[in-house]
Design a protein around this ligand. Structure first.
Ligand SMILES: O=P(O)(O)OC[C@H]1O[C@H](O[C@H]2O[C@H](CO)[C@@H](O)[C@H](O)[C@H]2O)[C@H](O)[C@@H](O)[C@@H]1O
Ligand SMILES: O=c1ccn([C@@H]2O[C@H](COP(=O)(O)OP(=O)(O)O)[C@@H](O)[C@H]2O)c(=O)[nH]1
Length: 480
């Protein structure tokens, strides 16, 4: 029988959140103790924002896998106060799953990149890790629990978990949220295991995407590759009706407001404003990932300095490139390319008292990040594809005073929702990017305010809390 869409009778159900990455990554310090630090990236930002309004247990890989059970217990204890529960994976398996299949094969396909080399061994590791998560969650989950699985590292989990829960004669209400784009079937089908991935996701009760386009691509892929029947926003597959939807992810803007009020942050803002009082600041904050279009951004900025020479010496691009997936060859090569390019452009336009690009290849503290967002006249985001891009939201959350300009690639998910207010461009069109930078830097105060108000309204309405609540509300309306 198709799963029903009846409203659930229970009022409060426990929520289990599962993602490959936990909010805290654990590392061993020199004295042998375990230290944890906040993980990078938008998935953690969006789910961390949810912790203020919802209670949940969060399962995921802690970033390391000690073999000794004493050490595992120590990690378990250090994460417990954060409601985080580690899923331990053998180091080599974790590496093949995360770097190998997830980031070298799936990630580029989901971001429409051609030329991916499939590898059976990495696929086996991907399946194995999904099985380990399924075993762990099937052990922990109760009949009435709501289970919310996140992202492309765990696309097989809904199916594997449902099978295990069925063996225990338990129903499973499973939501799945994808944080990346979902490509059209023509791009997806280059993956020899595309059908397995679709079937894995289709064992969910509810599948959520960032945009309507990604949702449609998924439905069409199910129809085309699996012969599933699409009925409006639901998909009928093997006698189960699976609901799909798009849910607008966001940030916790209050966290930025509160941080901006702190004395040390205000002092930092004052110093940075002094330093750049005669210079316009463009900020960029991206993980060092080829999907963020960092090479194009540097070329676009170089083009701008060439097209509008009077700006030389009067504008600086402060680019934070957060290290990411550093064991993957493509990311290492990109890092080398970017360092060279920054050197080349700075070599071309620098004067003894001025360099056009300040390149920070590291993670920066949250207080420094908010100060930087706040003093920047413009934020430039150039993704070639991007699930959403929460940096766009964060910049706006810190711009109440200055009303800076947000220049955004038309290929970031955020561009769909922020069309009214941002300046948008094609990231591969360097000339267009150059013109957009000029437009942003010369925009009148009135126009900036008008645009900013629209964007701020969107960011303050579509918070991470609201995203979580709407997804969980939709999920809890349904049975298995
Ligand atoms: O965990 P990492 O490998 O270090 O990567 C960080 C995260 O990158 C991706 O984030 C995506 O999710 C954001 C929030 O929904 C979205 O705004 C962004 O466009 C996406 O790229 C990835 O999907 C996460 O799983 C990673 O944790
Ligand atoms: O040193 C830093 C600088 C930024 N961020 C955060 O990384 C997230 C990036 O999310 P986004 O959705 O823009 O892209 P993703 O990295 O998830 O692809 C944002 O919340 C940033 O504040 C971070 O973790 N460390």
């Amino acid at each position: 029988m198709p799963s029903s869409e009846q409203a659930s009778t229970s009022t409060k159900r426990n929520l289990i959140v599962i993602s490959n990455r936990l909010p805290l990554s654990v590392k061993r310090s020199e004295d042998g103790s375990y230290i944890s630090s906040m993980s990078s990236g938008g998935l953690v930002t969006s789910l961390s924002g949810l912790t203020k309004t919802a209670e949940f247990r969060w399962y995921g890989w802690p970033g390391m896998s000690p073999k000794e059970s004493v050490e595992q217990d120590e990690i378990r204890r250090s994460l417990a106060p954060h409601n985080a529960i580690p899923v331990f994976l053998d180091e080599e398996l974790a590496q093949k799953h995360y770097n190998g299949f997830s980031n070298q094969i799936l990630w580029p396909i989901l971001h429409y990149q051609p030329g991916v080399t499939y590898d059976e061994g990495k696929w086996e590791a991907y399946k194995k890790v999904n099985e380990i998560f399924a075993d762990t969650i099937a052990e922990a989950a109760q009949e009435e629990d709501l289970i919310w699985v996140h992202d492309y590292h765990l696309m097989l989990l809904p199916e594997l978990l449902r099978e295990r829960m069925a063996k225990k004669k338990r129903q499973a209400c499973i939501g799945f949220s994808l944080h990346t784009p979902f490509p059209p079937s023509e791009s997806l089908k280059v993956l020899p295991v595309a059908k397995d991935i679709l079937k894995g996701m289709l064992s969910s009760t509810l599948v959520g995407f960032h945009t309507e386009d990604y949702r449609k691509n998924f439905s069409e892929s199910c129809e085309y590759l699996l012969n599933a029947r699409v009925q409006d926003s639901s998909i009928l597959y093997k006698d189960r009706l699976v609901k799909t939807g798009h849910f607008t992810v966001g940030i916790d803007p209050d966290k930025f407001n509160e941080t901006l009020k702190k004395d040390d942050v205000q002092a930092r803002i004052h110093d940075l404003n002094e330093r750049y009082k005669d210079i316009k600041v463009i900020v960029g904050v991206d993980r060092l990932d080829y999907i963020k279009g960092l090479t194009q951004k540097l070329h676009g900025f170089e083009q701008f300095l060439t097209d509008y020479p009077k700006w030389q010496g009067k504008v600086v691009l402060i680019q934070v490139a957060v290290p990411s997936r550093e064991d993957v060859k493509e990311y290492q090569e990109l890092e080398t390319e970017l360092s060279c390019l920054v050197g080349k452009i700075n070599g071309k336009f620098s004067k003894p008292e001025y360099s056009p690009i300040i390149y920070l290849h590291r993670s920066i503290p949250f207080t420094e990040l908010t100060a930087l967002y706040s003093i920047a006249d413009m934020c430039l985001l150039t993704s070639s594809r991007d699930g959403m891009n929460l940096v766009a939201f964060e910049y706006i959350a810190c711009q109440e005073q200055r009303n800076g300009v947000l220049a955004l690639s038309e290929f970031a998910g955020a561009s769909v929702f922020m069309a009214d207010g941002t300046i948008q461009f094609h990231p591969a069109n360097i000339k267009e990017m150059s013109q957009c930078i000029h437009q942003g830097l010369t925009m009148s105060k009135e126009e900036r305010k008008e645009r900013y108000d629209k964007l701020a309204k969107f960011v303050h309405t579509n918070t991470s809390a609201r995203w979580g609540q709407s997804f969980v509300a939709e999920l809890s309306k349904r049975h298995a």
